[in-house]
Design a protein around this ligand. Sequence first.
Ligand code: ADP
Ligand code: MG
Length: 389
Amino acid sequence: MTFPADNVAERATTCFRNTYGQPPAGRWAAPGRVNLIGEHTDYNDGFVLPFALPLRTVVAAAPQPTGNWTVRSELTGETVTFGTDDVSRPGRVTGWAAYVAGVVWALREAGLGVPGARLAVASDVPLGAGLSSSAALEAAVLTALVDLGGLELSTDKQPRLAQRAENQYVGAPTGIMDQSAVIRCRTGHALFLDCRTGQVEHIPFDLGSAGLAVLVIDSRAPHRHADGEYAGRRASCEKAAALLGVTALRDLPATGLDDTLTRLPDSEIRRRVRHVVTENQRVLDTVALLNAGQARRIGPLLTASHASMRDDFAITVPEVDTAVDAALAAGALGARMTGGGFGGCVLALVEADRSDRVGAAVAAAYTDRAFAAPSFFTATPSPGVTRID
Ligand code: ADP
Ligand code: MG
C-alpha cells in the first residue's frame, strides 16, 4: 500500500519549493510507531511487538549537483547545509540535522556513494513523545537517499544502518526496535521482532474488522530523570544476567521463574528480572492470540504488562497510572504505558465505538488531579516507510 498524498506530504512539497525554488524529484514517508507490548525487553535480547502509526514524517528531496546536503525542517524553520568533511566522522553536525547527517555518515560507512541532495522535512509525528519521530526522520531520509542514488541496500539491512546513525552520529543510545518498526511494519499488522536475531514476523492486527481501536494518550508527563533511570534498569538487568550465568535475561524461561529468582541477592533485582521474563512471555502470548484471530482477548495481557512496569520495574509515573486506571474504569479492554517510561504515551485497546468515552474519562481524571490536559489519537496499524511519488 502507498500513502495518499495528503496534508503532510503537501506541506513537505511547499517547504521544498519555498526553500529551493523548484519542485522535489520525489517524496518519501515514514511513520511513527507505538509498541503494543514488550517493554524494556529489547536490550535484554528479547521480544517486542510495535506497529506503525498513521502519523508520518515526509521528506521531499532532489539531487544537489554540488555534492553537499541541505536540509530544511518545516518544524524548526532552519536550513542546514553540510558537506563530505562534516560526515567524515560523528560530531560535526549537531542538533536536529544530526539525524540527517548521521544517515549520510552511516551510508558512507557502509561503503555506499551517497548523492548530494536537497531535502525538506514535514511531520505529523510529535517530537519526543516516545512515538519515534527520530526513527521516522532517519527512515524517510534513508530511503530518499537510497532511491535518489540508486543504492544497493536491502530493506532488512536498513534498520541497523539507521540505528547506527542515531547511536553513533547523534549519540543517542537506542535499541533496534524503532528503526525496525518504521522501516518494516505493514498495514494491518504488528511487527514481532526478535531483538537478538533481528528477525521479524508480520502478525495480523486488523483492528477495524474486529471492531476495535487503539487509543493513544500522550500523558504529557514531564520526563523525570528518564535517562539515568533507564541506564540504571539496564545495569540491573546486565548484573542479573551475569549472576544467573546467562547471556541475557531473554534466556530465562518463564516456567520455574520463582526458583530462578531465589538465586538473586535482593528483592529489587528479583522484581526487575521478573518484569523482563514475564514481559517476554506476554509478547509471545499476545502473538499467539493475534495469530489465532483473538485480538479482543489481548486486553488482560496489556493491563498485566502495565502492572509489571508499575510494580516490578518501577518505571511508571502518576500521570500514566491515572490514564491507565481511568481507561480501564471506562471500559477499555486493556491499557498500558508504552515506551521507556517516566512519562510518554499510554495505549488503550477499546471497542471502536467506545473510544470517545474512554478518552473523555481519561481527560476527566486528569482534571481531577490537576495534571496538564492529555492529548489523544486513534492508531491504526499502518505501512512502514514508502515512496509516495
Ligand atoms: P522521539 O523519537 O520519541 O520522538 P527523540 O528524542 O528520540 O524522541 O527524537 C526527537 C528528535 O528528533 C527531535 O528533538 C529532533 O532533533 C529530531 N526530529 C524528529 N523529527 C523532526 C522534524 N520533523 N524536524 C526536525 N527534527 C526532528
Ligand atoms: Mg527516538
